[in-house]
Design a protein around this ligand. Structure first.
Ligand code: AMP
Length: 216
């Protein structure tokens, strides 16, 4: 099964993908995390992506598409996965469809997690992330048990460069511009399912499971 999670930054795609991964065993592939890992490791790809990622702009399609197609061709995700943060442009959406079709596969569902912009700004500004395991926390909504320390692995939490106010504004603008065409693209294919992303984590998760079970 191939599923896409669509939503603006801060909508909860990562949180929900991690929950679904545990519940239904669908592997989680996230382009943001792939870029951050390459930046940490100082790879060529990381060096190319870094200025875009840190300022909140989209990494160019030719870099992003190559990285993602390479990732989903690997054995651990060969039977399907949940994509989080990809596609973010129509070009990326088309490239994914073509690559899956070339392999005799297809995308099953695109789930849009809907959250109002004001709420997203609030969420991103208070977000702290774990550099080691990728877990995310929120200062007030979902604080770690011990301030500044990851519950899962004990690493020191940090605030992502692109969760700082200026980059947050750029990320939301860029993603807003690209979102509607993507929603239309999947709506026309009859694959789009919308989930209200403003409730409790558990309620959002239920809405996502309904989408996966085919309730549109
Ligand atoms: P995220 O963790 O999904 O918010 O992604 C962090 C950053 O990685 C984004 O602001 C972009 O700079 C870059 N990025 C992630 N996914 C994509 C994508 N599909 N296309 C272009 N850039 C991306």
């Amino acid at each position: 099964m191939y599923v896409i999670l669509l939503g603006l930054p801060g909508a909860g795609k990562g949180t929900q993908a991690a929950l679904l991964k545990d519940e239904i065993g669908l592997a989680h592939v996230t382009t943001g995390e792939l870029f951050r890992e390459n930046i940490r490791l100082g790879t060529d790809l990381g060096k190319q992506a870094q200025p875009y990622v840190e300022s909140g702009r989209l990494v160019p399609d030719e870099i992003t598409i190559g990285m993602l197609l390479d990732r989903i061709s690997q054995p651990d995700v060969a039977r399907g996965c949940m994509l989080d943060g990809f596609p973010r442009t129509l070009e990326q959406a088309r490239a994914l469809d073509e690559a899956l079709a070339a392999d005799g596969k297809r995308l099953d569902r695109a789930i849009y997690i809907r959250v109002a912009t004001d709420e997203l700004v609030r969420r991103l500004a208070g977000r702290w992330s774990c550099p080691q395991c990728g877990a995310v926390y929120h200062e007030t909504n979902q604080p770690p048990k011990q301030p500044g320390i990851c519950d899962n692995c004990g690493s020191q939490l940090y605030q992502r460069e692109d969760d700082k106010p200026e980059a947050v504004r750029t990320r939301l603008e860029v993603n807003l511009k690209n979102l509607d065409p993507l929603l239309d693209y999947y709506r026309q294919q009859g694959k789009l399912c919308e989930a209200d992303g403003e409730g409790e984590v558990e309620a959002v998760s239920r809405a996502l499971r309904n989408c996966l079970e085919g309730e549109r």
